[in-house]
Design a protein around this ligand. Structure first.
Ligand code: NI
Length: 153
C-alpha cells in the first residue's frame, strides 16, 4: 500500500465526470487499498478516486461506525428520501466548511472490493458522506451546494 497525493480544487480534474470501472482487478484493489490508507492518514471519512487523480467511479468511506470501511464501485442511487442539513468539509477543499442539505436516507447499489454487487442503505452521517462522495464522481464539490456562508479555518 502507498499514500497517494490528494488533488485539491485548483486542479480541473475534480470537475470532470469519472468513468465506470470496467473490471475489478488487482490494479483497482491496489487503488482501493491506497485510497483507504490515504483517507485514514488525512483523517477523512470519505475519499473518491478522482481525489487521488483517477477518474473512475469508485469511492471509499469510513465513518468509524464499526461497520466500515465501505467500498463502492460504480455506485448508483436507487432511492433517496427526507432531508438533513449538516456541516461538510472535503479533503480536496482544505480549510473550508459549510452547511449542505442532503437526503436523510439513501440507498445505493454498487460493487464491493471483490466485484460483487451489494446494496448500501445509509442514514445520518453515512448518507451525507455517501452523497458527498457520489457527487465527486460527477465533478460536483460540496461548496457548490452550500447553504449560507462558508466557514474558513
Ligand atoms: Ni470531498
Amino acid at each position: 500500500m502507498a499514500l497517494r497525493q490528494i488533488v485539491t480544487e485548483e486542479n480541473d480534474l475534480l470537475r470532470k465526470v469519472s468513468r465506470p470501472v470496467d473490471r475489478v482487478d488487482t490494479r483497482i484493489q491496489t487503488l482501493i487499498d491506497d485510497m483507504l490508507q490515504t483517507m485514514k492518514a488525512s483523517n477523512g471519512i470519505g475519499l473518491a478516486a478522482v481525489q487521488v487523480g483517477v477518474l473512475r467511479r469508485l469511492f471509499v468511506m469510513d465513518i468509524q461506525d464499526g461497520n466500515g470501511p465501505y467500498v463502492l464501485i460504480n455506485p448508483k442511487i436507487v432511492a433517496s428520501d427526507g432531508s438533513q442539513v449538516g456541516q461538510e468539509g472535503c479533503l480536496s477543499v482544505p480549510g473550508i466548511w459549510g452547511d449542505v442539505e442532503r437526503p436523510a436516507h439513501v440507498v445505493m447499489q454498487a460493487l464491493d472490493r471483490g466485484g460483487k454487487p451489494f446494496t448500501l442503505e445509509a442514514e445520518g452521517l453515512l448518507a451525507v458522506c455517501a452523497c458527498h462522495e457520489y457527487d465527486h464522481l460527477d465533478g460536483i464539490l460540496f461548496r457548490d451546494k452550500v447553504i449560507g456562508s462558508l466557514v474558513k479555518t
